[in-house]
Design a protein around this ligand. Structure first.
Ligand SMILES: Cc1cc2nc3c(=O)[nH]c(=O)nc-3n(C[C@H](O)[C@H](O)[C@H](O)COP(=O)(O)OP(=O)(O)OC[C@H]3O[C@@H](n4cnc5c(N)ncnc54)[C@H](O)[C@@H]3O)c2cc1C
Ligand code: FES
Length: 513
């Protein structure tokens, strides 16, 4: 976001009729829209932010087939054929991004690099050997076990080397896709929130502005589906992840992708230095991520950045100052593969792409490739592996664990709230306060004004928690997030927190602290 500008698109001012309406302009939505517009379909894309304003602008954009859930796990749940398709589809997604960038002349810094998985926690060389064998069975026959990452400044110990992986500037890539969609007759509207999505012939999307888009096919690419109530959300869980980017002298860290083995793991890459006007800089950015936790279930968000920096400085002493830090959301499916295809249940014309795991750039591209075929009434050989209606019985323990965790969050109804009174909330902070039998989400802005809304998440009624780092209300059940005033930021909620009082008010007898 800091190194490129995104173009403005028109707001929606009237009702529309189209063949395909894609909701969400991230990697999944724009890849789907691009391929369908190329195929001659009439495509409309809407997004309630700018293009790429969701997780795709927060990604670290490792393009890799070295899946973070490990091939031996994928093989256990989906069989050898499933693991083979997983490897084939992710490698194809990297090639597809490369070929689209080249064909459309998108200046998005696509670069082929090697990926290295190295030991970090309790895992041993045996675990790497196990993954090596599984990757070979899955068809990634050029994966190798090497003695160390080729760093001169730090001996990582044994690592798995994955050739022909890649990096890309995600927002620049999306800008190129958007340009091509418009050229092929597609229409893109931003600042347009879908508030209701209904199946039918045609299906209908009602926007917050009251306009209706009628479409033969609706593709919901909102990262988590905002049209589904429970089925999909019981099969995946939302996690927050944290990233820092620090300056390193040019050439000091070889370009590549690096991951360690613990859960949560660290993920590392280098980004060539460029400012927003594309001036080359004499330093590069080392981008390091990790410290994941379930959304809405950690209070120590600031400490996570501190730990990340400490971990980075211990291993990369050449890091100068930290220029950027941010956090984002990843969605973990219980059986490790994304859900791409027809929305489960009775819907006939609604398609979804979700469950990106830490590999959402390739999963989002796979979504485009599969949905392009399915929406046009054709089959695709990867569709069965990614079918949103699938049930993998061997994933039951993970399914039970995530849903027990959700049930445990209901305890918040019986506790008295995070804070005793509004006076204890400092400017720029928020907290949940018990009021009668209800719970109120109270935010005090930088000027000391108090804003209140219901703390009950409109999705399935869990109690939201304050996120200090992002200044958002985060739901611990399925990861919905809301800005300090209650507007929805991340689904599955499709509407915001209910207002307690619309007025921005100053509490009587209170002064800002
Ligand atoms: C910090 C971080 C690091 C990551 N690193 C990697 C990595 O190295 N490699 C990798 O492959 N993946 C990575 N991922 C995952 C990957 O970035 C994401 O999975 C991917 O970008 C998701 O793309 P998407 O199109 O599904 O969703 P998004 O990019 O979130 O797009 C969804 C869009 O839908 C819009 N929207 C939502 N609701 C509505 C509504 N009701 N009406 C209208 N619009 C709506 C949003 O505004 C948004 O623009 C990372 C993610 C994070 C957060
Ligand atoms: S996201 Fe499901 S209850 Fe809040």
């Amino acid at each position: 976001m800091g190194t490129t500008e995104v173009p403005q698109f028109q707001p929606l001012t009237q009702d529309l009729r189209t063949n395909v309406c894609v909701v969400g302009a991230g990697i999944a939505g724009l890849t789907t829209a691009y391929l369908l517009a190329r195929a001659g379909r009439a495509v409309v894309v809407i997004d309630d932010g700018p293009i790429g304003g969701g997780e795709t602008s927060r990604t670290t954009a490792h393009l890799t087939a070295a899946l973070d859930d490990r091939y031996y796990n994928i093989e256990r749940l989906h069989g050898e054929e499933g693991a083979r398709i997983a490897a084939e589809s992710h490698m194809s997604a990297i090639h597809r991004i490369e070929s689209i960038a080249s064909m459309e002349d998108i200046d998005c810094e696509f670069e082929r690099v090697e990926g290295y998985l190295f030991l970090g926690g309790k895992e041993t060389r045996k675990d790497l050997e196990r993954e090596l064998d599984a990757t070979h069975r899955a068809g990634l026959t050029d994966t190798q076990l090497v003695d160390r990452i080729p760093f001169s400044f730090w001996d990582s110990g044994p690592a798995l080397r994955f050739p022909r992986q890649a990096t890309v500037h995600p927002v620049k890539y999306l800008k190129g896709l958007a340009r091509a969609i418009l050229r092929d007759g597609g229409r893109i509207y931003t600042g347009v929130h879908a508030e209701k999505i209904e199946d039918g012939e045609p299906g209908k999307i009602t926007t917050t502005g009251g306009h209706v888009i009628s479409a033969d096919n609706i593709v919901v690419c909102t990262n988590v589906p905002v049209n589904d109530w429970l089925i999909i959300h019981s099969k995946q869980a939302a996690y927050r992840t944290y990233v820092i980017a620090g300056r390193v002298p040019k050439g000091a860290v070889p370009h590549g992708l690096y991951w360690d083995t613990p859960d949560p793991y660290h993920y590392i890459r280098v980004e060539a230095g460029e400012d927003s006007s594309a001036h080359e800089l004499d330093y590069e950015m080392l981008i390091v991520g990790g410290e994941d936790h379930k959304t809405g279930q950690a209070q120590d968000t600031e400490d996570r950045f501190v730990r990340l920096e400490q971990w980075t400085r211990e291993r990369f002493p050449m890091v100068e100052r930290i220029d950027y830090r941010w956090s984002g959301q990843v969605i973990e499916p219980v059986d490790y593969m994304a859900y791409i295809g027809k929305n489960p249940g009775a819907d006939q014309h609604i398609w979804i792409a979700t469950g990106d795991s830490g590999n959402g750039m390739t999963h989002g591209t796979i979504a485009g490739i599969i949905l392009n075929e399915l929406v046009q009434g054709r089959k695709h050989q990867w569709a069965k592996l990614y079918d949103p209606s699938r049930v993998r019985l061997k994933a039951t323990p993970e399914y039970v664990k995530e849903n027990v965790n959700v049930a445990e969050q209901l305890k918040d109804y019986f506790t008295k709230g995070e804070l005793d009174d509004i006076a204890s909330i400092k400017p720029g902070e928020g907290g949940v306060i018990g009021r009668g039998r209800g719970k109120i989400a109270v935010y005090r802005d930088d000027l000391g004004n108090i804003h209140q809304c219901s703390a009950v998440c409109p999705h399935l009624y869990c109690i939201v928690h304050w996120n200090d780092t992002e200044r958002t209300w985060d739901c611990p059940c399925h990861g919905s997030r809301f800005d300090p005033y209650g507007s929805v930021v991340n689904g599955p909620a499709i509407v915001g927190l209910s207002p307690v009082s619309r007025k921005r008010q100053k509490e009587p007898n209170e002064s800002p602290q």
